[in-house]
Ligand binder design. Structure first.
Ligand SMILES: NC(=O)c1ccc[n+]([C@@H]2O[C@H](COP(=O)([O-])OP(=O)(O)OC[C@H]3O[C@@H](n4cnc5c(N)ncnc54)[C@H](O)[C@@H]3O)[C@@H](O)[C@H]2O)c1
Ligand SMILES: [Zn+2]
Length: 398
């Protein structure tokens, strides 16, 4: 801790308070997490206090529970096998999966009531098992109850394992604005089980892969080439290939958060949000008919073409990027790209403004100067955005 005294004229003395809080949490990749012989979960809970019986409350994604009918029983058997270390305060609470849980803030209050009823304290655990939406909502509950109780994430979709699960954000939607209420709050531990994602519907499996293409494009050419070489295996959801994609993508996200210098996004840049300014708008314009990853894939293609038009990226590289995305199963066109407001303005350009407002400060968009190299710009040219949209349209028609 440093304390500095700064004098401002003669009548004012300013003490500069300054401290930093280190964060550390394990991210585990495993298979069959609730096999009683697998100790990953109990090890994570006992990380700081070895000899304690840890109190825990589980919130479970109901879509996940439907896809794994024996999951509740498995959890019960697991907890029973480890009862010296885990005390489950009640049976897992089923909560709506997907955007539904984030779209009504009453769910947050209801979950807080459950924490209250079962006397969850700051050394107890709130465990979320489910997709990114469930993790976001439960994460907010954990971060705000008692000003923060320990939160363990068990992500169960490709997207939540390779992206949001290792992130430090939570949130729910309010007033129609996505993630309007939320906090930056790192989890206590993250446990990824590849078995969960293998049962996911094809559409969600494909959608989650967009984040891997995104992070490869802005950070790691080698990973992009690996994705190209393994596109066949990935497109047919080969388990080993998918597990590598998830792990590599999560590592790159972790590296950015841990070493990028701005984990809580105090600045105006969101370096991991390549392809996202238009994606966020497209999700809303299609009333979330497009999955986040599907919208991101379109956003990636759009900004790749824009990077070429603005002279940053070599012509032809954007086609290569589109080929990979299509090979993985993405469609790179949606009519919402051309949607206009009542006053004739392109909705997408309104989205650009909203993106800036959400972050505050100067508009900052990540483009590509090469495959594997992201570059921040502070201005987007309307004409070139229109040309990029037109380019995507022509591609899907041909
Ligand atoms: N906090 C962050 O940093 C961050 C980053 C990216 C995205 N997100 C958020 O994540 C959410 C999207 O998450 P998502 O893509 O994981 O989807 P999702 O949470 O919306 O889940 C999609 C569907 O899959 C079901 N499901 C979950 N796991 C399953 C499984 N293993 N098998 C079968 N069905 C399963 C769910 O019930 C739901 O119906 C969005 O709300 C987005 O805003 C947050
Ligand atoms: Zn994303």
């Amino acid at each position: 801790m440093t304390n500095q005294e700064v004098k401002n004229e003669d009548r004012t003395t300013i003490h500069l308070q300054k401290f930093s809080v280190p964060f550390e949490f394990p991210v585990c990749f495993t298979e069959d997490l609730f096999d009683p012989a697998n100790t990953a979960l109990v090890d994570a809970l006992a990380r700081l206090e070895r000899d304690k019986r840890h109190k825990a409350l589980i919130f479970l994604d109901d879509g996940l529970a439907a896809a794994f009918p024996d999951l509740l029983e498995k959890i019960d058997t697991y907890v029973d096998a480890h009862k010296r270390q885990i005390e489950l305060v009640r049976a897992p609470v089923l909560i709506p999966g997907g955007e539904k849980i984030k779209s009504d803030i009453h769910f947050v209050e209801q979950m807080q009531q459950t924490l209250y009823d079962f006397r969850i304290d700051r050394h107890s655990y709130v465990i979320a098992i489910g997709g990114g939406a469930v993790l976001d909502a439960v994460g907010l509950v954990a971060a705000t109850t008692h000003r923060g109780v320990r939160h363990v994430r068990i992500p169960t979709t490709v997207l939540s394992q390779n992206d949001s699960g290792v992130g430090v954000k939570n949130g729910v939607n309010l007033y129609g604005a996505k993630n309007y209420v939320g906090t930056f709050s790192p989890p206590f531990a993250v446990l990824n089980d590849i078995r969960f994602v293998m049962n996911l519907g094809e559409r969600d499996k494909i959608a989650g892969m967009a984040e891997a293409v995104k992070v490869a494009l802005i950070r790691n050419r080698g990973f992009f080439e690996w994705l190209e070489q393994n596109a066949d295996a990935l497109a047919t959801f080969n388990k080993d290939a998918l597990a590598i994609l998830i792990r590599r993508c999560a590592e790159l996200h972790m590296h950015q958060i841990g070493h990028g210098g701005d984990p809580f996004e105090m600045g105006s840049a969101r370096p991991l949000d390549y392809g996202h300014w238009s994606a966020h708008k497209l999700e809303g314009l299609t009333r979330y008919h497009l999955r986040h990853g599907e919208a991101v894939a379109i956003g990636i293609a759009l900004d790749a073409r824009y990077s070429v038009l603005s002279g940053l990226l070599t012509e032809g590289e954007e086609t290569r990027i589109c080929f990979l995305l299509e090979h993985l199963g993405f469609k790179l066109w949606h009519a919402a790209l051309e949607k206009r407001t009542a006053t004739g303005e392109l909705e997408l350009m309104v989205g650009l403004q909203e993106f800036r407002e959400h972050l505050g400060g100067e508009l900052t968009i990540t483009l590509l100067s090469d495959i594997g190299v992201g570059l921040e710009v502070h201005k987007m040219d309307d004409e070139m955005v229109l040309e990029s949209i037109a380019w995507l349209k022509v591609r899907q028609e041909s």
